[in-house]
Design a protein around this ligand. Sequence first.
Ligand SMILES: [Zn+2]
Length: 305
Amino acid sequence: MSDQALDLQHVYGNTYCINFRRRGEQPVTVGVYKLSEKEIVLLDTGFSWTGEEIMRYMEAEGLSIAAIIHSHLHIDHVSGDAVIFSASKNRPVLYGPTRAVPEFRRHYTNEFVKSDADPFNNRDLRDYLDSLDILEQEMHSTDGGASVTVGGKEFTLFDTVGHSQDHQSAITPDGVLYLGDSVMYGSVLQYARAPYCYNMLKDIETKRELAKMSFLACIAAHEGWFTGDMLPEVIERNLDISRRILNKVADLEESEPGKDVIEDTLRLIDSIGLSKYRNTSWIVDTINEYFNYYYSNHTRKLPGD
Ligand SMILES: [Zn+2]
């Protein structure tokens, strides 16, 4: 497997990852497991444009996709499915958390959160909704965790909820962990002021659980891979971002105590320099989680600190 145009990296054994970078786009990494000379399993598919690049590569190399395993159903993880399905002769078998499909569709077609899709173009949104249709019809449920056998090789999926509802991570037959978005790595760690979380308590709990586990290597969906021994340290850096947000929440509450949660949330979003996103539900929901935690616990400490 080699290709100049594609940043395909060997991780361990038959596990690889492809890093996608495009100007003005969020970096994406998908996991690849090589079943044979001709067949692979994909871990997530990214956006429409990454789906296209994957298909171009598959065709050039004469490869086919036996299965796609999904970590969660966000727009930047499943939108490549529609492209892959329309371009593949043999449709890949799909695995992932199915329970939340209707909720994700409602979320992205809701007028209030339409602004979430603004950074993405109409094409992305259309392919995303098409992909959700495919997932709803064809995806085999791994809700609650499952082991999935493809071409005689076993992948283990387990819940890593927090970043999104029904988030899962997958261990490849080589013992490599595809994190999805349960732990952030790379430039996201450097630049993200408030990585999305759907449920802050679960998010922290999941990270602490992962820190106790050991893997040969880990692949993060944004971006790249690292050796398994780095996982506790990478998680600590993730937790530092959460500590920073919680401290800002506490500072704000101590200097100008409680107006109401929405008003406080918006003030905090402005104070961390994310004003341009104040109309998007992802940042409002994320910061809201921290306020709710602070309101009920009055502490600057994360759970477990
Ligand atoms: Zn993501």
